[in-house]
Design a protein around this ligand. Sequence first.
Ligand SMILES: Nc1ncnc2c1ncn2[C@@H]1O[C@H](COP(=O)(O)OP(=O)(O)OP(=O)(O)O)[C@@H](O)[C@H]1O
Ligand SMILES: [Mg+2]
Length: 260
Amino acid sequence: MTENAQTIVEFRNVNFQIGAAKILDDLNLQIEQGETLILLGESGCGKTTTLKLINRLIEPTAGEVFVEGKSTMDWDAIKLRRKIGYVLQEAGLFPHFSVERNVALVPSLENWDEAKKRKRVLEMLELVGLSPQKFAKRFPHELSGGQRQRIGVARALAANPSILLLDEPFGALDPITRMNLQKEFAALVKNLSKTTIFVTHDLREAILLGTRIALMEKGRIILLETPENFVESSQPLARAYLETISAMAKQRDSATNNTN
Ligand SMILES: Nc1ncnc2c1ncn2[C@@H]1O[C@H](COP(=O)(O)OP(=O)(O)OP(=O)(O)O)[C@@H](O)[C@H]1O
Ligand SMILES: [Mg+2]
């Protein structure tokens, strides 16, 4: 990060509570222009909740979230959401809309003309590796889980938003498609200099895509590091994640040795 980097998203002393349950506990975080900030952590630690505070699908019970310097409570919620691409954990497509209409959702709301919209849909489908001829007219129930996820990514990118929120966007994909999309995605984000907040359980994905990794536990950020420093960290939960990778390598080695 450069000294004059611009902060695009900021959490200042943010709490989120449901009844007596503290879901997020004093979250402080600054995300700079062009960053890919990874939220990494176990199921239930508060990753999705953190994303939803950025586009004001939920509102903090204390503290403030700023987007481009303005508190989300001062933003018009609709305007805020249109400038932020959001890939939901379960793709979140409209079941009664075709693939084409789903991808063109924000461009339609923004009244793009038909030709421009159509061109953009084709580009986005190509980008996520789904042939427009084959898929544009289908409905979400006619797709596999991984295809639905890819349409979710295409939809989030369609209106060229400056901020992207991605909630485990590649979770349902086979490893090869996943790797291809990760690579495409890394190049895309870098070239277009988007500010991205990306949720994953997968440390490899975090290391590949992140400029920084925020490790969360029970509604708190317990470590915030570049991938280079994360892999050297002595923080116990970070070590546990790193061991999942080395344990896999060891298992593979011993399996290979056993067959020799
Ligand atoms: N509407 C709700 N009512 C009560 N508890 C909720 C609600 N929404 C979320 N929670 C709780 O808040 C905590 C954080 O949820 P969140 O969805 O942010 O987790 P997550 O880190 O995204 O998990 P996962 O990796 O499983 O998607 C969880 O314990 C969840 O049960
Ligand atoms: Mg989640």
